[in-house]
Write a protein that binds this ligand. Sequence first.
Ligand SMILES: Nc1ncnc2c1ncn2[C@@H]1O[C@H](COP(=O)(O)OP(=O)(O)OP(=O)(O)O)[C@@H](O)[C@H]1O
Ligand SMILES: [Mg+2]
Length: 326
Amino acid sequence: MAYIELKGLKKKFGEKEVIRGLDLEIEKGEFVSLLGPSGCGKTTILRMVAGFVDPTEGEIIIGGNTVYSSEKNIYVKTGKRNLGMVFQSYAVWPHMNVFDNVAYPLKIQKLPKEEQKRKTMEILKQVGLEGREKDFPWSLSGGQQQRVALARGLVMEPAVLLLDEPLSNLDVQLRQKMKEELMEIQQRTKVTVLYVTHDQGEALQMSDKIVVLNKGNAEQIGTPEEIYHHPKTIFTADFVGKMNFLKNGNKTFGIRPEYISIGKEKKDRAYGISGRLERYIFEGNRNSYLFSTEEGELTVETPIPVSLLKGEQAYLNWDQQVEFER
Ligand SMILES: Nc1ncnc2c1ncn2[C@@H]1O[C@H](COP(=O)(O)OP(=O)(O)OP(=O)(O)O)[C@@H](O)[C@H]1O
Ligand SMILES: [Mg+2]
């Protein structure tokens, strides 16, 4: 039995159904991301797991305990679900120093003062904020503030950590660093993570499993590799990474730009088509070429530039492609 189970979860706000029957299983210690565009229902799912939003239908089981069931009329309060949470906004309280911010959940639980101190200092060490306990949030960098929020989510040693876009306020470099730190902290604490993001890079890099959401439906659930290389639907293929789409009769094909090699002639490879170079873009670590072909436009990405001028013909070869039914 999985550690967290969501069964036939539905949520309506008024007449509008925003979650349309979600089934999801999360194993203990897994890092699972809910990935999808704005408004697809990510936060709503997280809030249902947390107990802030009541599902309209379905069941939520955490660690073998049913914490919500519409049928059996079960509702377990947030405080009794053994969860830690980090939300995007209001991440830290500006009027409290680092220690008080992090110790807050322990204070609410009325743990003895000594115990509060021991646990708070321990988790501050884990997130690399040792010695900063007296500092106020305004004297911390964005990344440090995010770590305070993370420490507060972890201080109760929850079995499950819910994270709602915790890195979205950070700049690119800091975000990369925090991603790595988050993964390290998760491995150290072995906490089960349900992570909300609209950033496919974050989901691909950090997750054991990704749930791609589209308008309240799970389009696909799989490992990052499965989602990237074997997307089942055009939506998933388009949302995660870059994808060329070519049509052949009723079948649509998808080809990742890096699957394609540029040559002077047809190679002995599975697929190929000739094209005319329309545009070249230098992107630092890679080169992006836009070709026009008989079957549509194709973008090709290569780490090493090829010598080809705009308007010249070339042959484009690739070995693998994705076929879509719809
Ligand atoms: N309290 C509410 N009352 C009415 N509608 C709501 C409420 N909360 C969310 N919604 C609607 O439910 C849908 C899903 O919202 P949700 O916040 O879960 O999306 P999201 O995937 O987290 O989006 P974002 O990436 O923008 O945060 C949206 O259409 C939103 O307008
Ligand atoms: Mg949201």
